[in-house]
Design a protein around this ligand. Sequence first.
Ligand code: SF4
Length: 73
Amino acid sequence: MVNIKKWEDQDHWVEIDLDRCIGAEDCIIACPVEVYKLVNGKIIAENIGECTDCMACQDVCPTNAILDHSAWE
Ligand code: SF4
C-alpha cells in the first residue's frame, strides 16, 4: 500500500510519499521558512502555510519523496 500524505492550507499544498522518506532532513535544511519537521523518522509539513513555493525541498530530496508541491491555481 502506498503511503502518501498530503498537507495543505488555503494557498499551498504538498504531497509526500512516506514510504520513500528516509528522514534525511535535506528538506528541513533547504526550506527557508521551516515548513518541515522530523517526527519518528519521517517528515511532516507542519507549517505548510509558510511555504513560499521556492521548490528547494523537492530539488534536494535524495529519494524524490516530495511528489507534488504547488500553490493553488
Ligand atoms: S517550496 Fe520552499 S518554502 Fe515551500 S516547503 Fe519547499 S523549501 Fe519550504
